[in-house]
Ligand binder design. Sequence first.
Ligand code: AMP
Ligand code: MG
Length: 414
Amino acid sequence: MMRPLDDMQREILDRVPRLGPVEVGWDSAVGAVLGAEVIAPEDLPGFENAAMDGFAVVASDVAHAPIELAVIDDVAAGSLPSTPVVSGTASRIMTGAPIPPGADAIVPVEAVETVGDARIRILEPAAVGDHVRPVGGSVKSGDRVFNPGLRLRAPHVSVLASMGIRPVVRRRPVVAVMSTGDELVPPSTLTLDPGSVRDSNRTLLEGLLVELGVEVRDYGIVGDSAATFEAALDKAAADADAIVTSGGVSMGAYDVVKLSLRERGTVDFWKIAMQPGKPLGFGSVAGRPFFGLPGNPVSVFVSFEQFVRPALLSMMGADRLFRDRIPGVLDDGIDTNPEKAVFARVALSRDRAGTWRARSAGGQSSNVLSALAFADALAVVPVGVGRVEPGGAVELEMIAWPETRTREEALGAR
Ligand code: AMP
Ligand code: MG
């Protein structure tokens, strides 16, 4: 019996812990998840200030233009106005500088001409509040600004910086990675012996983990011997918050992960109704979540995406765990096993009407790593569907949002 994908996802999310909060610097908060709500301790801006370079005026003076005013002061950002503005006068003011007492509008420098020493002519009328940034116009004291569970991007961290609030985030998990398989040799191997394969899964997993913002511990290639695997596993369980392995979980005679861990009884081995990525080991080793991914590179990726990524995001405290899916159209038809959720690797383009069109990114066997590299999305063909006709609708799970406009296009637009 194969186990439904969402059922497995539910069990995993139910069983992985959430890590505790830590205070970090503003420079290391991007990618981490907010661990506590953020309440604004003060108004932002904290003082009324100019939104443009220009002149602070009494609005009633300039209800009609043109009109001449005497310039009585010069207020730079960071300085305090020394003189109140009264009817018939104006203070030169820079963006961000405090509005002088008595002034209630800013006339931009573009709407003013100089008519002599310390005299200006206002060319366009202004009203109360024009180009004045009010106190609390961005955030009001006591506002709930962010909720816990928010994965911080640079603008979020910058809002915290603007309020002087140190980020309190959930600790980032330390994740141990190892590759099983006696056929594996390091990527630096120049000449392969017959039957040997460069270990590409570890590079893939470590890259995905780095993109996710977790801390990676590399346990290397552990072969297919139970002794080597178990020694590395026990060390990883002592050092890391979660363990991810590749290979050795299916039906082979030397599938070391399955053979070793079945004995211990804390990891279960499943067949999931998905393709690629049917075999999966999940459980705990010395209390640490353990993910035994398949060996085929594309299966590693899809299993990581469906199980490990959401689990780690959940450990990090994130409230949003799953990648966005957008509707699209499959250019070439596809035949799939209706008993499995199939994730086809597709490259995308948008047609004139704005529809996302997906075409196969290459071979769809689970060993074809290159097609994964060319893919922008996984086209999801759900259980119960055995064929999508050319032009048929599919959901596209976005695994990359690459930049589009090229340097040549940008330069050509001159
Ligand atoms: P397994 O699940 O261990 O039987 O491995 C399935 C397939 O994936 C075999 O063709 C392995 O050689 C290949 N494979 C396993 N681990 C890796 C790895 N780390 N890098 C590249 N290919 C691998
Ligand atoms: Mg193997």
